[in-house]
Design a protein around this ligand. Sequence first.
Ligand code: GRF
Length: 218
Amino acid sequence: MLEDITASLISPDWVPDPSFNLPPIRLGVMASGSGSNFEAIAQAIADQHLNAKICVLIYNNPGAKVSARAARRDIPAILLNHREFESRDALDREIVKTLQNYEVEWVIMAGWMRIVTPILINAFPNRILNIHPSLLPSFKGAHAVEQALAAGVKITGCTVHYVVPEVDSGAIVMQAAVPVLPGDTPETLHNRIHLQEYRIFPRAIGLAAVQQAQAGEK
Ligand code: GRF
């Protein structure tokens, strides 16, 4: 029953239009940890639900599980350890260089736990998407799931949005609603949110790319 409820609460309810054929979108994914969203995007591409190619993964934590996921799929994985850079700007300059080397068109922040600077944002204007585990604009920041529990909301969710200098604040592309259940812990709730993230992130990437291509044609 609950699965049925959550399944209907994705907005916008977009599916790719086969009559609108873009060349595969060249993605660069940035991730810090487990990378289950990275995996979901890669799988959506393999299943031909998203017409894209992950050209490179950038990760910042040595040993992050996401790097093994990339290796299993033969996707180049570049470690840019923020601890080895003198400033956020210096890290972002290297990120931009790496993304450009791989001729990336769209930057996908899939659990990238660092604040990014205008150096990165301006290098890919309106071409950077992030996923956040709440229904923005509620519960911005690094502890969104805990905040939702503490606030006692009965519905939370996840949001794919454009990245702008202010954290978790850019235009919203797609959201999914997720119920908060009695007895939820941050872990059980985050697991439920994750399942919806895997559904909306690949769709939102496709939607954003199609919208921009259509806007460019006008
Ligand atoms: C996701 O919940 C995402 O919303 C947040 O970080 C988490 C990353 O999870 N920004 P994973 O690394 O994709 O498993």
